[in-house]
Ligand binder design. Structure first.
Ligand code: SER
Length: 318
């Protein structure tokens, strides 16, 4: 019987992925976990357990006692935070992965999902329509950890038959739970400021194009990849996903169609350098060909939905 453990479930992806998994497999088939003792508000109706992925013994005990078959490992430090705490980022992002991969290697898990990122690419990567297989020389701690992680996933699959699957997420845009410490976070923050103040100061320059994706597409892609027959999964490090490419200026122009007096200013900080090292758009032909990926949200649909749904009260309170 399928039983899913989501690790890092309190984060931006986890809060929405848990709901989708519950819809698909039933509440009893999903166990959400996060490092917080208290169950995060967004998971109040889910089965929840407190878990630090670096606590190998507790992780192993939960997997065995709960009869976990599939793990979605989302606990990680993102790009901007990782630059401030490189050693801990490396420890969390890599040891967490090994703890889960080893459980699968020892026969305790059937499947693992592990997220990678556009951060695996670097300044020497072709920036437009970045191919699946290309130069990867990441310049951030986060990107280095994701690239190494991808290759470990491929290695565990090749040498030990571990069924681990992965997506290189673009920047993710959602309103249920805020992103924490990423370079693409401006594309979420902007909606709260636009709605509350009619003004936003971007920490990236006007013309910095980055690949982004609306969360519904991202979590649907994740579950579709995980539920695809194993023989269809030809890429065992991590799949490119395209998403929507836009600049802060293009995003603000779209917002202005709903809020005509919206103003954007630019005050780039250290995140500009990170963003400049990443691709502007991504080629995802392999995901389309291998497991039938199809994106639903474009810029127009995403902006209309975000402006409708974001709640500035909660954002500015805390
Ligand atoms: N959205 C992430 C970040 O900005 C990239 O995976 O760090």
């Amino acid at each position: 019987m399928k039983k899913v453990l989501v690790i890092g479930a309190g984060g931006q992806i986890g809060t929405e992925l848990v709901l989708l998994l519950e819809d698909k497999f039933g509440k009893e088939a999903v166990l959400a976990s996060d490092i917080k003792e208290e169950c995060p508000q967004a998971l109040a109706h889910s089965n929840y357990i407190s878990l630090n992925v670096l606590d190998k013994e507790k992780l192993s005990a939960i997997v065995k006692e709960e009869g976990i078959t599939d793990v979605y490992l989302l606990a990680a430090l993102l790009s901007a935070t990782a630059e401030k705490n490189p050693k801990f980022a490396w420890e969390l992002n890599m040891e967490g992965l090994f703890n889960v991969l080893d459980l699968a290697k020892d026969g305790h898990l059937k499947k693992i999902f592990w997220p990678s990122s556009i951060a695996v690419f670097g300044p020497t990567t072709p920036k437009i329509n970045t191919p699946q297989h290309t130069i990867m020389e990441p310049s951030t701690v986060y990107g280095i950890s994701k690239q190494a992680g991808e290759q470990w996933c491929a290695y565990y699959h090749e040498k030990y038959g571990v069924d681990v699957r992965s997506i290189r997420y673009p920047g993710l845009i959602s309103y249920t739970s805020l992103p924490g410490g990423g370079t693409t976070d401006y594309a979420v923050d902007i909606f709260y400021h636009a709605k509350q103040n009619g003004e936003y100061t971007s920490f990236l320059n006007a013309d910095t194009a980055l690949p982004m994706m609306y969360m519904d597409d991202a979590v649907r892609a994740t579950v579709e990849l995980m539920e695809a027959p194993a023989e269809k999964i030809k890429v065992r490090n991590s799949y490119n996903l395209g998403g929507i490419s836009f600049t802060p200026e293009e995003l603000s122009n779209e917002i202005r169609k709903h809020l005509p007096s919206f103003e954007i200013n630019y005050a780039p900080d250290f995140r500009q350098e990170i963003a400049s090292s990443w691709p502007q758009s991504i080629n995802d032909d392999n995901a389309v060909k291998d497991w039938g990926w199809k994106q639903e949200y474009d810029l127009k649909k995403m902006v209309a939905l975000m402006l409708d749904k974001v709640d500035p009260k909660a954002y500015f309170k805390g």
